[in-house]
Ligand binder design. Structure first.
Ligand SMILES: [Fe+2]
Length: 284
């Protein structure tokens, strides 16, 4: 839900901002509101709903994509072209990497989806459109820095492949993993990949977006923020997820979309496993 909030001069300017922005009303050098999307996974109805939500906010100054535009889903070309037309930066996800270099380490159904995605991209007509898409996907960077923000798909120490999970905080997990990850960035690192939105803190806590509520103050300290998944959320909330950053806070946005329509489009592609569609109806 959004409500109109007066915005002070020099601060982020949105016609509408998520309720709660005023809670983080300290002085901020930020004059931009940025949206981060990730893990679209060729789910066009979800992507369209997210961009409609971003547009409804009034003046988000830029959208950045943290990778996995393709994979699993039925509309990779449409999603790649929409993301390319709307985003300032698109990072390499492990599914783009698999399309280019091969789906090593993927389970069989995911590999079939990658192979089908590659076939679709290789058969796009006309040829110039195919070349543009090919150059786009082959040229994706693995990381992007902007001020004190680091953007990667996976983790700072392995930008494309590594998962950072809540279980990495549990007793018995590799004690050096989170230390090395937090040493790998300056102040705020934004990631995707796990499809589970929330904030990792330096005191080794994970706050799921569902626990955070309206927004989370990141004006001071060091944080690893998972921005969630547009096209395949796995936190038992079926709505598309993306994240706004205002310079002093992050806001996790959930957007309802027509899941039944995405499921219908899945069924037109026999190479895609039925459970990839079914899981959308459960958010897992
Ligand atoms: Fe993903």
């Amino acid at each position: 839900m959004t409500v109109p909030v007066p915005v002070a001069a020099g601060r982020a300017r949105l016609a509408q901002v998520p309720a709660g922005l005023h809670r983080f009303g300290g002085e901020s050098s930020c004059t931009a509101v940025i949206a981060f999307i990730s893990d679209i996974h060729a789910n066009l109805p979800a992507l369209e709903a997210v961009f409609a939500d971003i547009d409804s906010l009034g003046s988000v100054d830029g959208v950045y994509c943290l990778g996995d535009v393709v994979g699993y889903g039925p509309q990779p070309v449409e999603c790649l072209e929409m993301v390319a037309s709307r985003c300032k930066v698109i990072l390499m996800g492990n599914h783009e990497h698999a399309v280019i270099f091969g789906a090593y380490g993927f389970h069989a159904p995911a590999k079939r989806a990658v192979d089908w995605t590659r076939e679709i991209l290789d058969s796009v007509e006309p040829l110039p459109r195919r070349k543009v898409l090919r150059q786009l996907i082959e040229g994706l960077p693995e990381r992007h820095e902007m001020g004190d923000l680091l953007l990667v798909h996976g983790s700072p120490r392995d930008p494309v492949m590594e998962y950072v999970l809540e279980s990495d905080l549990w007793e018995g997990s590799d004690p050096e993993k989170m230390d090395q990850i937090f040493n790998g960035f300056q102040r705020i690192c934004l990631i995707g990949h796990t499809h589970r939105p929330g904030v990792f803190t330096t005191d080794r806590c994970f706050l799921a977006s569902s626990e955070i509520g309206e927004g989370f103050d990141v004006s001071d300290g060091k944080y690893l923020v998972n921005v969630g998944s547009v096209g395949q959320p796995r936190d038992r909330d079926t709505r598309a997820c993306y994240t706004l950053y205002t310079g002093d806070a992050v806001y996790f946005r959930r957007v309802a979309y027509d899941i039944a329509e995405t499921v219908r489009r899945f069924k037109t592609v026999p190479q895609l496993e039925a459970r990839f569609a079914e899981r959308l109806t459960r958010g897992e």
